[in-house]
Design a protein around this ligand. Structure first.
Ligand code: ZN
Length: 161
């Protein structure tokens, strides 16, 4: 069976960054499963899965734009120390949740601390990073009507509900 919209794909992968560093891998874990066409995985990888089948091994190079997006300078902001709770530990690398004006929760990271000036980056940590996936397709099956209704995979490796 070929990967197409409304199939459930199980695959092994190793994700590396531009310097060849391993960012994530399914080695030693269960393969990752997703519902093709539902936007469960990053668009640049999903588009390269189309038409593959079980047993296929390939490398998917994905531009930053097609992965976690370009790094946006307007999502990096400087705040005074007084904008944070007095008891909070603020160091480079500290992560915290913030609310957007639309009420969505986003993860922000402290990227610089200069005196009373705290620089916060709300970009995804992989924004602006081109990615390479070494992919092995493990299996392809039709999605169940319930999975299509929910927009995600059920059962082992998927949602358990
Ligand atoms: Zn569900």
């Amino acid at each position: 069976m070929l990967i197409a919209v409304n199939t459930v794909v199980s695959f092994d992968y190793t994700l590396t960054g531009p310097a060849g560093e391993v960012i994530d891998t399914s080695k030693g874990r269960e393969p990752l499963q997703y519902l093709h066409g539902a936007g469960n995985i990053i668009p640049g990888l999903e588009s390269q899965m189309l038409g593959k089948q079980a047993g296929d091994v390939f490398v998917a190079s994905v531009s930053a734009e097609e992965a976690y997006g370009e790094h946006r300078a307007d999502m990096v902001q400087v705040f005074p120390r007084s904008a944070f709770p007095a008891e909070a530990q603020i160091n480079v690398g500290t992560q915290f949740q913030a609310q957007t004006e639309q009420g969505q929760s986003m993860t922000c990271r402290v990227v610089a601390v200069e005196g009373e000036q705290i620089t916060v980056d709300a970009n995804h940590p992989l924004a602006g990073v081109p990615l390479k996936f070494d992919v092995t397709i493990v299996s392809v099956r039709d999605a169940t009507p319930e999975e299509l209704d929910h927009g995600h995979v059920h059962g082992p490796g998927g949602h358990q509900h």
